[in-house]
Design a protein around this ligand. Structure first.
Ligand SMILES: Nc1ncnc2c1ncn2[C@@H]1O[C@H](COP(=O)(O)OP(=O)(O)OP(=O)(O)O)[C@@H](O)[C@H]1O
Ligand SMILES: [Mg+2]
Length: 372
């Protein structure tokens, strides 16, 4: 766990970092995002003591990093920067191995680890004997990542590692990083300018504005509940629609669907549908457990009137969970014929209803907001 406690940084009388307090949990990827000059790189460099705070403290696993030898500290923390920082006169292999050699990792182990890492970042081993100027930008960034992981540090700092890449290589590297992180579970602090990148990669995002932390939360919470006007503008209104997997069924469902009991008569049920202008009823128990769905279309004449809902309700229905994403939902809606999908929780309690039209309304929202 990395903890910032009331950290300030000043250059002469200019405050660059203002009262920064936040905690980075182990094994998570945290992004720091904000406009140019807001203090992202400064924050990152304070973690490996390339920059010392003016006041406040930073602890790693409870230990004040001021008390740790800075060379030792830096060897325990991987660091990836935009310009890769590879040594031009050294081969790719030597660049990756440099810290491991300083740490006296045995040769066989180094060779094995380098192979493993090359595979992890999806590079061919034949590149190992080349020099940095013989590789593409994307390949160099992959080498930079491999080098950061070489000595297996718990913490990895990444300062806009992908920002100089074309969109295709960038996305490929983002996917690669997600895959690596899935396996390695490092504590990664990732600086970026790009909100889409932060949303895609992060467990949590720290948004900075002029040296202050303005919001620190999960991507979902930041999109749905921006803490300030600044965050709102920074995130942009349409943003959530570019991450539809973050929109949940519970965000767009119709709450309080019209219900009946299975002992109600069909006459009563049809009347209830008419009054509420719906063409189906959710059949539930007193405790709101869903038992079936009753469709108006089943009843073509009055001879049914005296029968009960339980004789006609459809018990074989599809349902969704409130936490399902609308991506899952859209797949389901295109697959099935019915236009009504109940939303039930793990205990089969009815929470809401999705209809084709509620989905369409939710989706069309993005175009309305775009025009504003
Ligand atoms: N050595 C220094 N002396 C004086 N001011 C500095 C120094 N280093 C950085 N700054 C200032 O501190 C502020 C924060 O810089 P920092 O590099 O942390 O920004 P950043 O958020 O990483 O920006 P970018 O997105 O452009 O990389 C900037 O206004 C910068 O000019
Ligand atoms: Mg920077």
């Amino acid at each position: 766990m990395i903890k910032f406690n009331k950290v300030n940084k000043k250059y002469k009388s200019t405050a660059i970092i203002k009262d920064l307090s936040f905690t980075l949990d182990d094994g998570k990827l945290i992004s720091i995002i904000g406009e140019s000059g807001c203090g992202k790189t400064t924050t990152l460099k304070m973690i490996n003591r390339l920059i010392e705070p003016t006041s406040g403290e930073i602890t790693i696993h409870g230990k004040d990093i001021k008390t740790i030898n800075e060379i030792k500290l830096r060897r325990k923390i991987g660091y990836v920067i935009q310009q890769t920082g590879l040594f031009p006169h050294m081969t790719i292999r030597d660049n990756i191995e440099i810290i491991a050699k300083l740490e006296k990792m045995p040769k066989e182990k180094r060779i094995q680890r380098v192979s493993e890492l090359m595979e992890m970042v999806d590079l061919k081993e034949e590149l190992l004997d080349r020099y940095p100027n013989e590789l593409s930008g994307g390949q160099l960034q992959r080498v930079g990542i491999a080098r950061a992981f070489m000595t297996n540090p718990d913490i990895i700092l990444m300062d806009e590692p992908f920002s100089a890449l074309d969109p295709m290589s960038r996305e490929a590297l983002q996917d690669e990083l997600l895959k690596i992180q899935e396996k390695e579970k490092k504590t990664i602090v990732f600086v970026t300018h790009d909100m889409d990148e932060a949303i895609k990669l992060s467990d949590k995002i720290a948004i900075m504005d002029q040296g202050r932390l303005v919001q620190y939360d999960t991507p979902e919470m930041i999109l749905k509940h921006p803490a300030t006007e600044f965050v709102k503008n920074f995130v942009g209104k349409k943003r959530i629609w570019s991450s539809p997997e973050l929109i949940k069924v519970k965000d767009i469902m119709i709450e309080h669907p019209v219900t009946c009991r299975k002992t109600n008569s069909i006459f009563y049920c049809l009347n209830k549908m008419r009054m509420n202008k719906v063409d189906s009823l959710m059949v539930t128990t007193e405790e709101k457990k869903l038992e079936g769905i009753l469709y108006a279309a089943t009843f073509t004449n009055e001879k049914y009137n005296m029968k009960k809902a339980k004789d006609f309700m459809e018990e074989d229905y599809l349902s969704v969970h409130p936490e399902d994403s609308i991506v899952d939902l859209a797949k389901l809606v295109s697959d099935i014929k019915t236009a009504t999908i109940p939303v039930v929780d793990n205990n089969n309690i009815l929470c809401g209803l999705i209809t084709r039209s509620s989905l369409v309304t939710a989706l069309s929202q993005q175009f309305i907001e775009e025009e504003e």
